[in-house]
Design a protein around this ligand. Sequence first.
Ligand code: NDP
Length: 419
Amino acid sequence: MSKVLVIGCGGVASVAIRKCCQVSEVFTELCIASRTKEKCDALAADLAGKTATKITTAQVDADDVQQVIDLIRSYQPDLVMNIALPYQDLTIMDACLACGVNYMDTANYEPEDTDDPAWREIYEKRCQEKGFSAYFDYSWQWAYREKFEKAGLTALLGCGFDPGVTQAYCAYAKKHEFDTIDTIDILDCNGGDHGYPFATNFNPEVNLREVSAPGSYWEDGHWVEIPAMSIKREYDFDQVGQKDMYLLHHEEIESLAENIPEVKRIRFFMTFGQSYLTHMKCLENVGMLSTTPIEFEGHEIVPIKFLKALLPDPASLGPRTHGKTNIGCIFTGKKDGKDKTYYIYNVCDHQECYREVASQAISYTTGVPAMCGALMLLTGKWTTPGVHTVEEFDPDPFLDALDRYGLPRSESHNPVLVK
Ligand code: NDP
């Protein structure tokens, strides 16, 4: 029996909300709140009569802490699920602290305005100290650790697939398969085809910023940064086939390096087709990925926001996308003094997702873990106060929930390793 406030009603939130409504015995009441209330109302109307969960909707601008506080005070939820954008992480965490409510999200904090001088000063210092230049990092949210601990509240960070399930796979490998882990390769393959020359599978702004940034990996206790897309490998993915994949910086590397300190190397690879990369390079070269506002015919325009308006809405890709995703982690390490390797992954079919929740697999593979993470918090499986990433909790009940609610794991004890 619990009341949950979901902030955001985009591609990922829609899946998470539909999945929560499949578990009405836990999610007894949901309030869907977002910037554009019409989207929340449309989803609530679509779910009416199909679930025992009692759904209400609200309008909120989550950039405004006071608006979130007012909403939490009037709704009195047990948990706030932030499935808006990474830009709102800190304001929503502040509101949760002010109201004494648990918090969770699916991506770590990143500022909307990367030209803000106060933010840039801290960012440039961090680039120097840590050695990677991504706009997002955990420092902003880890700074809330003591406040959440003292308040006896839990903040669960990054509970989608990657970050999220990939860290649960790491915790599972550490708990059941290895005494010590030497290397982790996280492999994210999308073998889906939506038929458009160019589209992104989730929020274009967040997605394009991520993949156009320099890559980096963790090795022997420090970050190694490389030019974007400069390390390429091929891998033959179960149920998808042979794909090109590229090394990217990814947020869970940072928390895994801290929480599994013996690991010598952590890398993240994502598959991209040549057409996607050519489009992205071209858009970057002409300045369309820029977040710096420009003046155009008397209007101020942020190029990447304008591009977002031109691109297909990721939520509309569902009916058109065919094929499968395959996301997982390959480990090397030692058990009982012997070398061993292990691969744990999930394969998800775009069309099956669409039939179940009217969405493609990228939103599905993020929304289902968000629901399962909320389930862990609401049913008392994950209760440690403070600010935590997924690998800090017991992976077993979470992976069992994923198996049950649509993202079952597969394993190999003799995987092909990535060179
Ligand atoms: P969408 O752009 O589809 O949805 C974002 C939603 O947030 C929209 O409903 C939007 O409202 C709402 N929103 C934006 N700003 C505000 C605001 N100021 N106040 C209230 N609501 C706001 O994004 P996705 O669903 O694709 O992504 C959601 C999150 O999931 C992102 O943080 C993304 O980074 C993360 N993600 C995580 C993954 C993982 O594996 N961990 C993978 C994929 C995504 P409006 O309709 O008005 O625009």
